[in-house]
Write a protein that binds this ligand. Structure first.
Ligand code: MN
Length: 356
């Protein structure tokens, strides 16, 4: 029976590439404390958040280890990276980051978190780069904070942790963020949040709401809402990153493209207009993908083969899925050496402008 499940061969002790992990979560103590307080006071009307974080602010051994690891920018994280064979981490604010809070609170927390992260990165510039947090609903200050993060703090892009209080960003009033990202020539990582309050209920009875499945449903939906709303016609150079092998969207490429083209052509929905290009094109030319949470060759190879060698990157998803042996399976992938180096190192260097 066991041979059905992916085994992790020993990792290559001396690989001809650096391993850059691109979806690695960090949360400052003040935000973790806020989550704990909001849950204790039952302030948050978001069943997905409450289900996930009630456990992770708790007192179990797994939760306490997670709390330690997600706050660390020092010895614990670095020794975990060493034990996993990871040379560099692209850090981003753990989900839902500041997006649990109203626009003004979220902006203040994002500024502080970005400053704290930048300080941590400055102590280990050879091991870390980071993505800037912002308040997606603060249409005035959100784009400004992304800009400050990139131009003043040296962040390499932005982190968008899924929907914000049930709001998806396909409404044009929120597109200042994407305009800023395109102008700054940095990507936005569209990372999961638990399914929005409108979506979460049927997931809850069997605990399918979080990383097991709900994350992919909500995040894939968000990516498609942005795409078919025409965001890439407005900002053709914008690049969005999706983790978890693209939240399954690459696998759906043909059907999404076929059916969206048909819906748009028939004009049967007032909010679906024909786009300049096909859904297929945007999902290849405007998205990067990472392997976060997937220690299994077939779906990674599927993305490499069908999206492109130059658009698939390695990620661990620390500390949510900290499996230090997992990277051995990816070292052993049956792909050309140049594709493997692109996956582990070159694509991340190029996209996040990592030198040295
Ligand atoms: Mn993650």
């Amino acid at each position: 029976m066991s041979e059905r499940y992916p085994a992790f061969p020993p990792r290559n002790p001396n690989p001809p590439y650096k391993r850059i992990a691109t979806e690695e979560a960090w949360l400052p103590t003040n935000i973790l404390d806020l989550y704990r307080k909001e849950i204790a006071e039952k302030n948050i009307n978001d069943a997905g958040f409450n289900a996930l974080w009630t456990f992770f602010v708790g007192d179990s051994e797994l939760a306490r280890g997670h709390q330690r690891r997600i706050q660390s920018l020092g010895e614990e994280r670095l020794s975990d990276m060493d034990a996993s064979g990871i040379d560099m981490a692209v850090l981003s604010l753990g989900s839902p980051g500041v997006q649990l809070f109203d626009a003004a609170t979220a902006t203040a927390l994002a500024r502080d978190a970005n400053d704290q992260m930048a300080e941590g990165i400055a102590k280990h510039p050879d091991r870390y780069v980071g993505l800037a947090a912002f308040s997606p609903l603060d249409t005035e200050n959100g784009p400004k904070e992304l800009e400050r993060g990139v131009t003043k703090l040296g962040m390499r892009g932005g982190i968008l942790n899924g929907h914000t209080l049930g709001t998806y960003l396909d409404d044009e009033k929120y597109w200042g963020l994407f305009e800023a990202a395109e102008a700054l020539d940095v990507p936005i990582y569209l990372h999961p949040n638990t399914p929005s309050p409108q979506m979460v209920e049927p997931f809850l009875p069997r605990a399918l709401d979080a990383a097991v499945y709900g994350f992919a449903c909500d995040t894939g939906l968000h990516a498609l809402r942005l795409t078919v709303a025409g965001i890439f016609d407005r900002f053709p150079k914008l690049q969005i990153i999706l983790g978890h092998c693209g939240e399954a969207l690459p696998y759906w490429l043909y059907r999404i493209d076929f059916m969206h083209s048909r819906i748009a052509a028939t004009g049967r929905h007032p909010n679906v207009k024909p786009l300049k290009r096909r859904a297929w094109d945007y999902l290849i030319d405007n998205f990067y993908y990472t392997s976060s949470g997937v220690g299994w060759e077939p779906p990674i190879k599927f993305v490499i083969d069908n999206i492109g060698t130059d658009r698939m990157m390695y990620a661990m998803d620390y500390p949510w899925q900290f499996v230090k042996e997992e990277v051995g399976a990816l070292d052993a992938m049956d792909i050309p050496d140049t594709a493997k180096k692109a996956f582990f190192e070159d694509n991340a260097r190029k996209l996040f402008k990592i030198n040295g």
